[in-house]
Design a protein around this ligand. Sequence first.
Ligand code: 4NP
Length: 154
Amino acid sequence: MIKVCFVCLGNICRSPMAKFIFQNMIKNANLENKILVDSKATSTEEVGHSLYPGAKEELEKHHIPITEHMVSVLEKDDYDNYDYFIGMDTSNVFHIKRILGEDKKNKIFKLLDFTNDRRDISDPWFTGDFTSTYQDIVLGCTGFLEFLKEENDI
Ligand code: 4NP
């Protein structure tokens, strides 16, 4: 099983959106038995909360299935529990490395690194623009799935 952990600052907007979008892509590609998806926060700010309403509405607009979500915070011991840690922006990647320590197995990436446009994904909690975030996440997840298929021969 390939284990993927999407990571953002609060784990209420971008990383759970990426989790549900990627889970749906995996289902459509019949790879549910090969890839496991999770999401985590780099901050403790939103502990005890669930998916942000604007993120939920955007996913529903695109008919992406949503399951129960509660904020979970990335911890040092998680390094061995996942194969890939995918941050949404440069700051997330900085904090993932701060929490996990040295990336000996080259597991840490930024989502849009898997596209031709290696930007950060804007935080809709600040911008209010969930549609642009959704589109960027779909773009990144599409590239990431192609990368996973090649890398892992699936
Ligand atoms: P996310 O958005 O990182 O995409 O989940 C945020 C949600 C909450 C906060 C920051 C970003 N906050 O500071 O509480």
